[in-house]
Ligand binder design. Structure first.
Ligand SMILES: NC(=O)c1ccc[n+]([C@@H]2O[C@H](COP(=O)([O-])OP(=O)(O)OC[C@H]3O[C@@H](n4cnc5c(N)ncnc54)[C@H](O)[C@@H]3O)[C@@H](O)[C@H]2O)c1
Ligand SMILES: O=C(O)C(=O)C[C@@H](O)[C@H](O)[C@H](O)COP(=O)(O)O
Ligand SMILES: [Zn+2]
Length: 377
């Protein structure tokens, strides 16, 4: 075990580190400084994480520090990001009871992190949260940046809060026990970072796709570090998504619609992001902004990594209702992130007909609309 490497997230008023290493959870509290006065923690996790052996070291670290540990396992799957389970977590906070100086500790994937983070953001009007992400997606993305929340049947992440963690502790060794489909979906977000900000990361994924998929630990550590570096820079520049943070939403406008219209069960978040990325890139090509070769390149990489590049066939009206409810829509229209070139993201508000044409071209919508015939035809 070597000491974890550190990426700083210099958010004004709430700076914190993302610590990335391999096999260091046993020494968690040697590297994460606890704030003064922490007497109790509520460790929130899920059964598969416990069964894989990742909870024990975290609990042991707090016990060794003479902090009283309470535990709550939430159900598995995206369905846990719900008002019902959030209420259960509040009640677990009350049972402990957690005071203003106590902490929530989220040990798991993005579902646990988003949900436990929101419980911490709201309990006693906000207490600290330590994020210990154990999936690739959570280490590269979900645990960093302070977006917390739950879903509604009407849409993804519709209720939530910005609540920055005290620290993000990424032990890449935990990724070895993740199911293959879950590992692969994380690359949906990693490809996103490559496309919006880090051409070297994109090239690394292309050059070493097989090693990446085989779970080469050194490579994974490098990928987590590079991804965390991009995310840290973006969220520190724009914590509340007034500007550049919106670029982290590449692939999410259509992706979120795919997730909610398939009941959050069928298509995983990273898979939906891959599907939505193809839509966004093809839209960029159609709008004359994205080079077609770049869209082809991204699609080939997603496919090589085992990610879907086409979503299930959806109902057009439902897609538009869902997209219009997302945070990426306002009176001005629906926003998509496109690429003007590699590492040159831009936010656009396209005409609905342009998006419809792309969805028809990709064959992912029922009831195709005819392209308008040229005026002189
Ligand atoms: N807040 C953000 O900025 C942000 C960013 C990206 C995604 N997200 C959210 O993250 C969620 C998806 O997260 P996810 O992809 O991590 O899925 P997930 O949290 O559902 O985890 C997937 C599965 O892996 C299991 N698991 C976790 N770690 C394990 C380990 N080390 N070994 C064995 N099993 C393990 C979990 O118990 C679960 O069954 C979505 O809700 C998405 O919206 C949030
Ligand atoms: O951190 C961000 O900002 C992101 O957009 C990261 C996304 O990968 C993530 O899925 C996020 O939860 C989406 O945010 P939302 O505000 O569109 O729900
Ligand atoms: Zn995402």
């Amino acid at each position: 075990m070597t000491a974890p490497k550190r990426v700083d997230v210099p958010i004004e008023g709430a700076p914190y580190p993302v610590l990335v290493g391999t096999g260091w959870l046993d020494d968690l509290l040697d590297h994460v400084a606890l704030p003064d006065g922490v007497g109790r923690v509520l460790v929130v996790s899920q059964e598969p994480v416990q069964e894989a052996g990742h909870l024990g070291p975290v609990v042991a670290a707090f016990e060794a520090a003479e902090v009283e540990v309470h535990r709550y396992d939430v159900p598995d799957g995206e369905a846990a990001k719900s008002a019902g389970v959030l209420r259960e977590l509040w009640e677990a906070c009350a049972e402990a009871p957690l005071g203003r100086r106590d902490l929530v500790v989220a040990v798991g994937g993005g579902v646990v992190g988003d949900l436990a983070g929101f419980a911490a953001a709201t309990w006693n009007r906000g207490i600290g949260v330590l994020q210990v992400p154990t999936t690739l997606l959570a280490q590269v993305d979900a645990a960093i940046g302070g977006k917390t929340g739950i879903n509604l049947p009407q849409g993804k992440n519709l209720v939530g809060a910005f609540h920055q963690p005290l620290a993000v502790a990424c032990d890449v060794a935990t990724l070895a026990t993740v199911a293959p489909r879950i590992r692969v979906e994380g690359f949906g977000e990693v490809v996103k970072y490559g496309l919006i900000a880090d051409p070297d990361l994109l090239a690394l994924l292309e050059d070493r796709a097989e090693d990446v998929l085989a779970g080469d630990p050194e490579l994974l550590e490098d990928i987590v570090l590079r991804s965390a570096t991009v995310k840290a820079r973006v969220v520190a520049a724009d914590e509340r998504e007034g500007g550049v943070r919106a670029h982290l939403n590449l692939g999410h406008t259509y992706g979120h619609a795919v997730e909610s219209l398939t009941g959050y069960d069928e298509v995983l978040h990273g898979e939906a992001v891959a599907i939505g990325t193809v839509v966004a890139l093809r839209l960029g090509v159609r709008l004359g902004r994205t080079p077609a070769a770049l869209a082809d390149r991204a699609e080939q990489l997603l496919d090589r990594l085992g990610l879907p590049t086409r979503g299930p066939v959806l109902d057009r009206a439902q897609v538009w209702t869902t997209i219009a409810r997302d945070k990426k829509a306002d009176a001005g229209g629906v926003r998509f992130v496109v690429l003007d070139d590699l590492a040159e993201p831009a936010v656009v508000t396209p005409e609905r007909a342009e998006v419809d044409a792309v969805l028809d071209e990709l064959g992912v919508i029922d009831e195709p609309v005819e392209e308008a015939a040229p005026a002189d035809a």
